[in-house]
Write a protein that binds this ligand. Structure first.
Ligand code: ME8
Length: 521
């Protein structure tokens, strides 16, 4: 198996500022990227902003700004958010960059040369908010009795001369591709949804617009700009160097055993699982290996929207609860793929019960005991009992379980597997009561403390993708060298060593309500 892994977020529209939904996808991709790096893969993680199209042009006009000025301002907000979220992205792409214009125009030329683009007249329903065309049969009637898109977005009847892509022609090849690649779309329910949509028949797709000019000019016919989705989807290969056959393009996209995956919200699955593979097939380019569509966050039961004014600002959540705490909550609260409801009471609950009480205390209890009673020196173990071995075996069994979970983006399963061992370890401390052994059986006490340190070393290495800063502090406290923190170090020959002097312990996961929280905790 190749050790190259490419992961992308959707590129976010710059018509508005980022909210918790955007932060969610970026954090999920960051967790995936960190996991794969720790597991020895060569990783490229891409995010960025989607800056063209009618929606952005309209938002700029409403604000009395030029589209470029709005893009510059809001793209920066998304870029700043990657830093606030601790995202380890290797690149940040903007669709207004020259490299991207060149890449889109090259793809266009290629499709045209292959006879995949024709000029015609389009008539149909269009929703600017979704930047999507809809078939009459897909429209629904809203509470006010108006015909709207399935997403609730207003639609308008559009009549325009434009270029078209023969999507209907690709129906059978798409179905054959899904049949041959059942893991192309996750979770399974989304796979089925896409499959039946394609099976139901596809309409040809309009891929240029003439009613406005904020877009990438169609080469050779500059009164047209490209449909924003053909422009947007192409970002994934632009960032690898397309149209040049660069080393990155080969490693992360065209090598048969490379693994490229797109993480998206369930709202944009049709673009990623139908249009994008069809464009790539038509251009004779390789396809990504997987698209995972996660669920949708509501806020206290309501859809997040500008008009309701209830969008959650991720910057505020990080300032209030702490970065790792927010990352943990988002990955833990709902099974990845399902919808979730964002509630601040739930964040505080998880911080206190799972981070502070369960994991924080586990580490804090034995580390402060060692500091107070053993001069901060980790003792060496004697013979291991069945209980010691059981805990260490549970730790050793974690990596295969985590890999299995992450193969299908089941972040919640990985967290649950780790916290099962955290609970086991807490039970072990209670039963072994090392503080009582200090007087009665110091040799046994030494073994128990060493087993605990080794268990916490495993746990801290594995939680790095979710809570990188806190995990690093925990590993610092165990005096684990920075270059000894990968998954390859989760073996007995890298175990903590008796005789090591440990730094003065400090609580890593404060309880919510503790004055320390929110100050970079
Ligand atoms: O669709 N819950 O950009 P966008 C969960 N530019 N995730 C959410 C969310 C919510 N309530 N709201 C947004 C676009 N998201 C296009 C993408 S890609 C080639 C072009 C996340 O700014 C989720 O990942 O509308 C969703 O797919 C994405 O933001 C949509 O961002």
């Amino acid at each position: 198996m190749s050790r190259a892994f490419y992961i992308t977020t959707p590129i976010y529209y710059v018509n508005d500022k980022p909210h918790i939904g955007h932060a969610y996808t970026t954090i999920a991709c960051d967790v995936m990227a960190r996991f794969k790096r720790l597991d020895g893969f060569q990783v490229k993680f891409l995010t960025g902003t989607d800056e063209h199209g009618q929606k952005v042009a309209k938002a700029a006009a409403e604000k009395g700004m030029t589209p470029q000025a709005l893009c510059d301002q809001n793209s920066q907000n998304f870029r700043d958010l990657t830093v606030t979220l601790g995202a380890s992205n290797d690149d940040f792409i903007r669709t207004t960059e020259a490299r991207h214009v060149r890449s889109c125009q090259a793809l266009w030329e290629k499709l045209r040369a292959k006879g995949e683009i024709t000029l015609g007249k389009y008539e149909g329903w269009y929703a600017v908010r979704d930047e999507a065309f809809y078939d009459e049969a897909e429209l629904v009637t809203n509470a006010a009795g108006e015909k709207v898109a399935p997403s609730g977005a207003p639609v308008e009847w559009m009549v325009e001369e434009n270029y078209s892509f023969p999507l209907s022609k690709w129906q059978d090849r798409l179905l054959a591709f899904y049949d041959a690649n059942p893991d192309f779309i996750g979770p399974k329910a989304r796979f089925n949804e896409v499959y039946s949509f394609v099976k139901g028949g596809l309409m040809d797709l309009s891929i240029s617009r003439t009613a406005f000019s904020w877009g990438i000019p169609v080469p050779g016919d500059e009164k047209h700009v490209m449909y924003v989705w053909i422009d947007a989807l192409t970002n994934y290969i632009t960032a690898l160097g397309h149209p040049d056959d660069t080393a990155d393009f080969k490693t992360f996209w065209s090598a048969p055993d490379s693994f490229a995956m797109h993480m998206v919200g369930k709202d944009i699955i049709r673009f990623h699982c139908v249009y994008w593979p069809a464009f790539l097939m038509a251009a004779d380019l390789p396809l990504p290996k997987r698209v995972f569509a996660h669920g949708w966050w509501t806020v206290e039961g309501q859809k997040m929207s500008k008009s309701l004014g209830n969008a959650i600002d991720p910057n505020e959540m990080v300032a209030k609860y702490g970065l790792d705490q927010l990352r943990y909550f988002l990955m833990r609260e709902v099974p990845f793929g399902n919808d979730g409801d964002f509630s601040e009471a739930a964040i505080a609950g998880r911080i206190n019960s799972e981070l502070a009480n369960a994991l924080g205390n586990l580490a804090q209890r034995f580390l402060s005991f060692i500091a107070k009673n053993l001069g901060g020196v980790l003792p060496a173990p004697g013979d291991l009992t069945a209980e010691d071995k059981a805990l260490l075996e549970a730790c050793a069994g974690l990596l295969p379980q985590c890999r299995k979970a992450m193969e299908v983006q089941a972040f919640h399963d990985m967290i649950e597997a780790i916290w099962t061992v955290v609970r086991d370890a807490n039970g072990y401390v209670d039963r072994q009561a090392p503080w009582a052994l200090r007087k009665t059986d110091p040799a046994r006490m030494n073994t128990v403390l060493w087993v605990l340190a080794e268990a916490v070393r495993h746990i801290a290495i594995l939680i790095q993708p979710f809570v990188p800063t806190s995990a690093a502090k925990m590993l610092d406290q165990l005096a684990v060298a920075p270059d000894a923190r990968t998954f390859a170090h989760l073996t007995a020959d890298h175990a903590v060593k008796g005789g090591t002097t440990l730094p003065t312990p400090e609580g890593v996961f404060p309880r919510y309500g503790d004055p320390k929280i929110g100050k970079g905790a």
